[in-house]
Design a protein around this ligand. Structure first.
Ligand code: SAM
Length: 284
């Protein structure tokens, strides 16, 4: 008998993966958590039925959500990750020896503990001594923080359920305050392709744009996310990711990355016309 998992990307579109085993299921205080094993994507987990991380394509998301910022300001030392319970963003950040402190605020401890058990490569650096884990709502965590971080990464779920607050004006305003005067905010910015996610990405862009003097969007191809065409937001108080790009400095770090590279750094900000048009609608 064949077993298939389907992620409902819209009311009319599903992505289905053939599954070898459905080996974990539980409901935390916040969401339904499931782990599966496949031939094509290795192990993966879902929250409330949405694919979060697969072993095969997680490198794309985690490279892009971290390295673009570090190659724009290679002096980043204090980082806050909001969400990111699988540990992939922290793993990439921990490769920079000069980063001094990484705070990670994940609302759901069970996500962290299950990823440590079932996705040990992704979660491998959550035990790095520079990392402090906080199990609380990211929305609350940033409320009283001022002038603390060089970089905030919003590695959240979609704006439904516990992730909803991480797409609000209040949250972005508090992130702005929590950042130092040259701080950078990178957020997962949904997909532009289907109306449902495109609507959310335009709303997020409109809010961030009002706060940050520099507000750009970059893209990557992530096969298991809606339509495969995924966006990230880059908002900053000082550094422009293209004009201030520190190519040579970043290359001297000597990191071997599987998706990110310094040609792609420039290329990922070159958006298709329909995406540019959507963002311009917001800008007008
Ligand atoms: N790469 C993923 C994606 O876009 O599908 C995101 C992965 S990561 C697992 C998202 C995490 O954000 C989840 O573990 C979830 O528990 C966490 N999260 C959701 N809402 C949150 C909140 N308000 N505060 C902190 N963490 C939150």
């Amino acid at each position: 008998m064949e077993l298939w998992f389907s992620d409902e990307q819209t009311e009319n579109v599903r992505l289905s993966l053939k599954v070898k085993r459905h080996f974990y299921t539980d409901k935390s205080d916040f969401q339904q958590i499931d782990f599966f094993e496949t031939d094509e994507f290795g192990k993966f987990f879902t929250l409330d039925g949405k694919i979060m991380v697969t072993e095969k394509d997680e490198f794309i998301y985690h490279d892009m959500i971290t390295h673009v910022a570090l190659a724009t300001n290679p002096n980043i030392r204090n980082v806050l990750v909001i969400g990111g319970g699988d540990g992939g963003s922290v793993r990439e950040l921990s490769r920079y020896h000069h980063i001094e402190k990484i705070d990670m605020v994940e609302i759901d401890e069970l996500v962290v503990r299950t990823c440590q058990k079932y996705l040990p490569i992704t979660a491998s650096k959550l035990v790095d001594p520079r990392v402090t884990l906080y199990f609380e709502d990211g929305l609350k965590f940033v409320q009283d923080k001022e002038n603390l971080y060089d970089l905030i990464i919003v590695d959240s779920t979609d704006p439904v359920g516990p992730g909803e607050g991480l797409f609000t004006n209040d949250f972005y305003t508090n992130c702005f305050k929590a950042l130092k005067k040259d701080g950078i905010l990178v957020n997962q910015h949904e997909s532009p392709f289907y109306n449902k996610q495109a609507h959310e990405m335009k709303r997020a862009h409109a809010k961030i744009k009002q706060l940050f003097p520099i507000c750009k969007v970059f893209q990557a191809h992530i096969p298991t996310y809606e339509s495969g065409h995924w966006l990230f937001g880059f908002a900053s108080k000082k550094y422009d990711p293209i004009k201030d790009f520190q190519k040579e400095t970043w290359e001297k770090f000597g990191l071997k990355t599987k998706y990110y590279n310094t040609d792609l750094h420039l290329g990922c900000f070159a958006l298709p016309t329909y995406v540019r048009d959507m963002l311009n609608e917001v800008n007008e």
